[in-house]
Design a protein around this ligand. Sequence first.
Ligand SMILES: *[C@@H]1O[C@H](CO)[C@@H](O)[C@H](O)[C@H]1NC(C)=O
Ligand SMILES: *[C@@H]1O[C@H](CO)[C@@H](O)[C@H](O)[C@H]1NC(C)=O
Ligand SMILES: *[C@@H]1O[C@H](CO)[C@@H](O)[C@H](O)[C@H]1NC(C)=O
Length: 142
Amino acid sequence: MMKSLHVGILLLIVYSTAALTQNQSARYNKFKNQHHNPGMSAADCDSVINGRNISETSTGLCKWTNTFITTTLGQINAVCNNVRGYRLITSNNPFTFIECKLSANNRPKPPNCTYKILQPRPAKNIVIGCEAGYPMHFEKWV
Ligand SMILES: *[C@@H]1O[C@H](CO)[C@@H](O)[C@H](O)[C@H]1NC(C)=O
Ligand SMILES: *[C@@H]1O[C@H](CO)[C@@H](O)[C@H](O)[C@H]1NC(C)=O
Ligand SMILES: *[C@@H]1O[C@H](CO)[C@@H](O)[C@H](O)[C@H]1NC(C)=O
């Protein structure tokens, strides 16, 4: 009884700290590059998006919109706690964020993207794709 309990606890520890696969880790890094920037303001959209070379994955063109969550990474990661297989999760609490919207109708590529400076919106709950305990994708705010 005691022994199986110990094995169970050990398995739990190993499982919850399991390393990400290379693909998961690449997706997590991409999420952070595209969607996390603590303390950013809307005036920073051009410099951050061009500086980080953020573009639409399929075309390489400037994205029409891009959202940066401006809280700490730990607060975002907590939304994905205990999520193993890929699932979209809605946060239970609001997050501050900056929304960057492309200012022109023509779409250049980074480093030539120019974004509008929008008034910040109030904090909203976020919907993110989680896998293996980490955020992999930003879906929307609600
Ligand atoms: C992860 O794997 C999927 C499916 O094989 C692939 O489409 C995607 O490009 C990979 N992502 C990264 C960032 O490597
Ligand atoms: C920016 O990203 C594009 C598309 O992923 C890539 O082809 C290009 O080499 C990158 N540019 C820089 C300066 O990293
Ligand atoms: C950015 O704009 C400059 C000046 O118009 C142009 O020479 C350059 O090719 C553009 N870069 C990309 C990646 O489109």
